[in-house]
Design a protein. Structure first.
Length: 410
């Protein structure tokens, strides 16, 4: 396999097509690692282990997993910034995290009690963030601003591909959790190993911005953080509770006798994948072409909020399909353009993984708050789905408006 060594210190030197392909494939593997696990396999396991309070157990799993993810992401990001190894400062951590992922999958597959499931998910979050924190820093390490939208457009393929992988994960019989976990582990290894083998990091670090520019970027970084925080709360609600929404409020099984709810969710996600990919890819290219990020993020927030509102008021089929399509297009557009914007407003290039670890709190803290929001909004009978989806729509709109505070990126 050819090794791709990008010349120069970056991030002003343009990156090659080979680099973009490797990084894209690795990010697809990373999203495959967690999307079907947390949206399908863990909820199904929670339902088996706590049939009387599956929402309660899933909320505890999400809470402790998010705490572990937050700590691991920041700690590994800080450590990888300071790592000096012949493999580079990112690849050793990615390899260690990948090995830990396989072990964590085994723990989750063997979980025979609620406590064991929580332990397995915590182990997964530590290993995943050991891999993911240095991987995400590669965009800031190596990609110049004029290419960030384009590269983010390709990286935007990762989220929908990770979601679509749920179709393959649900192919084995429902009772065969070990086989599903083994299949998931194989897919993740296939995505990450080529990057580990072929990529060579540049020797010289990127030059630092001036003190004046760092100060301005710190302010922009704060607004970008708050914007992503709000939008990720809405995304966390969808990711964690859509399976239960379809089962308990949309009554998917009543509309489609003979089909399981998990298979229905996997198909729903797969059908929206083309829309997500198209919106994210075109949005990333357009944000480079017009040198604008904020307007695209505001549009994305509006689409996500509209989709969530459809979930709230139109549970009868095809309402969930329409809502998921609108939400998916918005999420695809948001995730691509936001990644480019965040990479542009990092205060320090040499501490990119550390700063991205702080930004990653916008992924993990919402994963803590979303279960709390769900427990309150759904009420004691866990059935007030319009309240939960309506509140999530308002939070998404707040995220879109907050990005307007970013000044140094249009």
């Amino acid at each position: 396999m050819r090794a791709f060594l990008d010349p120069g210190p970056g991030p002003e030197a343009p990156v090659s097509a080979g680099f973009i392909a490797l990084l894209t494939w690795a990010n697809i593997g990373a999203f495959v690692a967690f999307v079907p696990l947390l949206s399908l396999l863990v909820p199904l396991r929670a339902e088996v282990l706590a049939p009387g309070d599956k929402v309660g157990l899933l909320s505890q799993v999400a809470l402790w997993g998010a705490v572990a993810a937050s700590v691991a992401n920041m700690a590994v990001g800080w450590a990888s910034d300071r790592t000096r190894h012949r493999w580079g400062r990112r690849r050793p951590w990615i390899g260690a995290g990948l090995a830990g992922l396989v072990l964590a999958y085994a723990l989750i597959a063997a979980a025979a009690s609620p406590t064991a499931l929580i332990v397995g998910v915590v182990a997964f979050q530590v290993a995943f963030n050991m891999m993911f924190a240095p991987l995400t820093a590669t965009l800031a390490d190596r990609v110049p601003d004029r290419q960030k939208g384009r590269v983010s457009a390709f990286l935007g393929l990762a989220a929908p591909m990770g979601a679509a992988s749920g179709v393959l994960i649900t192919a084995p019989p429902p009772g065969d959790g070990a086989l599903r976990m083994a299949l998931l582990a194989g897919m993740v290894l296939a995505g990450l190993l080529p990057f580990l083998i072929a990529y060579r990091e540049p020797v010289r670090p990127a030059p630092e911005p001036t003190a004046e520019r760092r100060g301005a970027l710190s302010s922009d970084f704060g607004f970008a953080w708050a914007s992503r925080f709000c939008l990720q709360i809405a995304a966390s609600v969808v990711n964690a509770y859509m399976l239960y929404y379809l089962a308990d409020y949309a009554r998917y099984a009543d509309h489609f006798p003979g089909s399981t709810v998990e298979a229905g969710l996997a198909r729903l996600i797969a059908l929206s994948t083309l829309l997500i990919v198209a919106a994210g890819f075109l949005g990333g290219l357009a944000s480079d072409r017009f040198n604008r990020r904020r307007a695209f993020i505001l549009l994305a927030a509006g689409l996500m909020a509209t989709g969530l509102s459809v979930f709230a008021v139109w549970p009868a089929w095809p309402g969930p399909l329409v809502g998921y399509g609108l939400y998916g297009v918005g999420f695809g557009l948001y995730s691509t353009v936001d990644a480019a914007l965040v990479a542009q407003v990092l205060p320090s290039r040499r501490d990119a993984a550390r700063d991205l670890g702080v930004m990653n709190l916008t992924n993990t803290l919402p994963a803590v708050l979303a279960p709390l929001l769900a427990l309150v909004a759904l009420g004691p009978d866990r059935q007030a789905w319009p309240t939960l989806m309506g509140a999530s729509a308002l939070i998404a709109l707040m995220g879109g408006l907050t990005v307007l505070g970013v000044r140094r990126v249009r």
